[in-house]
Design a protein around this ligand. Structure first.
Ligand code: NCD
Length: 310
């Protein structure tokens, strides 16, 4: 089996590669301005989704189509694939890798996408594996910050909400650690960032401040990264209910934020950002989906045309 260029984890990205990827995504935006290109003509991407998705799946599909490639897709692998007939993930991976040039997968179990990749001889991209990692969302979030602020170094990054189960938070931390940033992590104590991630940030010398109160911390943030309390990860519903609605970013709180701060959110939101914030020029969460298409185009082009993006 040859070595396919999988994207399985944020751990595989280094600072220089991130900066190259952002430049490449900028190039992709130019291709998007003229309606797309024909770079991946004849290539097929398969999407295997075992968890709900709006943005990630459509974004990958849009990216592939904009580059001239084709898509075969299953948004509900749980109910409509042969796994329902007890087929193993292993056999599913082997089968699909005979029919597609690249596979994008989302699954509720941490490590499942890497497991599938070990049976595939085409590149596999992690579209979110349980509470673990969501590398391409982290990449598009960093691209958004880079684009809006011109650089990542020197920024104070606030992360707010469910920092324990939020895979996007984990991905953002693991990518941002390559830059000279300060972290302000706002969550209830029970939903704090996993210990190993805190250690990873400290290990590379990043300053990390913890807070339980958004109103106390918001004024020092250059980036306000909001996240949803991850309802589906709680074993006990009453625990979810305890923390749901813990933080709501509204117009009043935005008055305390820096005039040049930006607000990002991977979406979907539940109630953690009031709709009144949507018209604030600092709100960038509806810019992110478009940035995501450009970043995924850069990744797909890099993988499938053999260029030097991870
Ligand atoms: C996120 C996810 O699926 O992890 N959504 C996304 O990919 N844009 C965030 C979430 O579901 O809270």
């Amino acid at each position: 089996m040859h070595e396919a260029k999988h994207i399985l984890s944020t751990d595989q990205f280094e600072r220089d590669e991130l900066l190259e990827l952002f430049e490449e995504a900028d190039e992709m935006e130019k291709i998007l301005e003229v309606g797309g290109g024909d770079y991946l003509h004849g290539k097929i991407m398969a999407t295997l989704f075992f968890e709900p998705s709006t943005r990630t799946r459509f974004s990958f599909e849009s990216a592939m189509l904009r580059l001239g490639g084709s898509v075969i897709s299953n948004a509900d692998m749980v109910n409509t694939s042969s796994l329902k007939k007890q087929e193993s993930l292993e056999d599913t991976g082997r089968t699909v890798s005979r029919m597609a040039d690249v596979i994008v997968m989302r699954h509720p179990e941490a490590g499942s996408v890497s497991k599938l990749a070990s049976f595939c001889d085409v590149p596999v991209i992690n579209g979110g594996d349980g509470p673990n990692d969501h590398p391409t969302q982290g990449l598009l979030d960093l691209y958004t910050i880079w684009k809006e602020r011109g650089s990542l170094d020197g920024l104070t990054i606030g992360m707010v909400g469910d920092l324990k189960y939020g895979r996007v938070v984990h991905s953002q931390c693991k990518l941002l650690k390559h830059f000279d940033v300060k972290f302000v992590l706002v969550s209830p104590k029970a939903l704090a960032v996993p210990e190993e991630i805190g250690e990873e940030l400290a290990g590379v010398g990043r300053e990390v401040k913890l807070s339980e109160k958004l109103e106390d911390a918001i004024g020092e943030m250059d980036v306000i990264s909001m996240t949803r309390v991850q309802e589906e990860r709680f074993k006990d519903r009453s625990d979810y209910e305890k923390y749901a609605g813990a933080y709501v970013l509204d117009g009043e709180l935005m008055k305390k934020a820096k005039p040049d701060a930006i607000v990002i959110h991977p979406l979907p939101r539940v109630d953690e950002i009031s709709p009144e914030v949507d018209d604030d020029p600092r709100a960038k969460y509806f810019e992110q989906p478009g940035n995501g298409v450009a970043v995924r185009m850069a990744l797909l082009k890099g993988i499938l045309m053999g260029e030097d993006v991870k």
